[in-house]
Write a protein that binds this ligand. Sequence first.
Ligand code: NAP
Length: 249
Amino acid sequence: MTRPTMLITGASSGIGAALAVLAAEAGWNIGINYRSDKQGAENVAEKVRNAGGEAVLLQADVADPHQVERLFSDCIAALGPITALINNAGITAPGMRVEEMSVERLQTIFQINTLGSIYCAQSAVRHMAKRYGGAGGAIVNVSSVAAKLGSPGEYADYAASKAAIDALTLGLALENAEEGIRVNAVRPGITDTPIHARGGAPGRAERLKDRIPMKRAGQPEEIAEAILWLASPKASYATGTFIDVTGGR
Ligand code: NAP
């Protein structure tokens, strides 16, 4: 049987990288999108191939709609039709109050976390929907528990960018329920990945562990398992739904 293709945005690191390996082990070929960490993406590609999957490296900034179009056409040219899109690429920014945030910061957060996911969803729907001759598929958006908690004093802009992803998940799911496309989201809690250091808060996952009922940060693989299930045919009746993977909060 031919292996289906999963396109993962932001697969050079953290949750996306863990998902690429788990999905390859489960029988998927992987489109590995990254923006700047080519070495990280190459390491992930090697692990995917060791797990028996095909891998293609796809450099693109999801905040740029033209690059997103190229991302999809390059992925399809290399691996065939895309069965699952994982909207995972995302960033945080240094902790501060909302009124202190610069316009540039706000625009960047929303361009990557929110608009980037919408651009990718547009391309995925045009490719997968029955009305355009597509074979259907699944979209899984990586939101955050921040969408429910608001992240006061830390990054309420990030929380808002993820709350928008939750609304998008619902709208896209209902729009495409008869188009053969399931759309769901995972809301991770604090997970031990490089995102915290990159956003100016190194050690955040360790520092905040006492806030979490399980008293530990999640591992990227623990988030990836939920994403993989939602993307797979095992979740065939799930659409417009959310899985919180948070250690309890
Ligand atoms: P990470 O380790 O920092 O990985 C982020 C990935 O996104 C990297 O592969 C990065 O690629 C990519 N990326 C960033 N901006 C991009 C852009 N403009 N275009 C394309 N790719 C881009 O972070 P992570 O923790 O795994 O985060 C993955 C997702 O989980 C994010 O959406 C994040 O908001 C969400 N999340 C994380 C946590 C947590 O505690 N870790 C909690 C809740 C939600 P390059 O490095 O190649 O640029």
